[in-house]
Design a protein around this ligand. Sequence first.
Ligand code: HEM
Length: 380
Amino acid sequence: MEEMKRDLLNPFPWYKAMRTSKPVFRDSEYGLWNVFRYEDVKRVLSNFKEFSSQFGKAFNPAGGPISESIINLDPPRHTKLRNIVSRAFTPRSVEKMEPAIREICENLLSVHRDGKFDIVKEYTSPLPVTVIATMLGIPVKDMNKFKRWSDNVVGGSESNYAEFPAIMKEMIEYFRKMMVEREKEPRDDLITAIINAEVDGDHLSELESLGFFILLLVAGNETTTNLISNSLLCFDENPGTMNEIRSDKGLIPRAIEEVLRYRSPVQSIYRVAINDTEINGVKVPAGSIMVPWIGSANRDESIFPDADSFDINRKENRHIAFGEGIHYCLGAPLARLEGKIALETLLEKYHMITIDRNSPIVPQDSTIVYGLKELTVKVS
Ligand code: HEM
């Protein structure tokens, strides 16, 4: 059954088959240990004493800024570095961004369009990159560069891997310049906060600071873009939802939670098994690279009744789209806020929004992030 093809736009039948037939499975091609059931995925994601996040060097032995960033670190260093920025990302801090986010959404939609446009290119993609660049303190004129970098780093395709070293070099040079500027003249932005931070009496190393900037830049772009575009796809398939949220905008946050479950923007994550262990009766040796499939866990029918139905009125929605445990997504409140404002602004601007089924719906070429490269909508 494992040979059944994983369809990029619809991987869910494959997950279902794997949850039933091989819930913990080592693939022979890459030697990765795939985990599919909700409770097992949660355990691998959250139990940092058993499963390390320091897998970066397994893929890139030379290391690099991303290997030094919190997403690739275990405690105690992880805890200390995460604390530096966690205050900037609490729901209360993020709420202050609301007017700026609304303005960005309105500006993006203010361009006159003739009833049909690619909403990824024109709306869902520029929004998060503009927001995080504002928080980091990066000039708006560099936005296109940023988008290109972030697409490459999270892309996960062969061509992305080939371009990666050159992109990394470009990013490092860019952020080095930004750091020098802030050292001369501090500003009220995240770059300044990170270079001024002290952990155990020391500043972060240059590589750690670079890792932080790059992580913040890339972690929230593609993911938030996908959350918004995936919402439109879910609503279009379930036209009742669009009417429901249009007549009661207070339902938008619940609808977003169901999109996060049903079409999770991050489908898979990596960990490394620290010791020999056992998952669901299967022995997993120390050093194994684990792939807990969030996208599968969120469709596990033992946790979510009628898991393959999209239902914004679901009673309990314990999805793990933002992960679980100490690495739980730092940007979750920001992503939720951006998603809510983006959908509200769309509904205010247009009476009708449907997907143009005559245009291609192009999925992203990745097993890690899930979403659309292109989505043409018809609006009136
Ligand atoms: C819908 C949008 C998003 C989704 C689905 C998402 C998903 C995730 C997931 C699953 C993790 C856990 C990784 C792990 O366990 O190894 C994570 C971590 C992280 N996310 Fe997000 N993310 C989103 C948006 C954002 C945004 C907007 C930002 C910031 C601007 C952000 C910043 C981060 C950071 C810094 C981490 C690492 C946290 C740590 O290791 O302690 N994310 N995200």
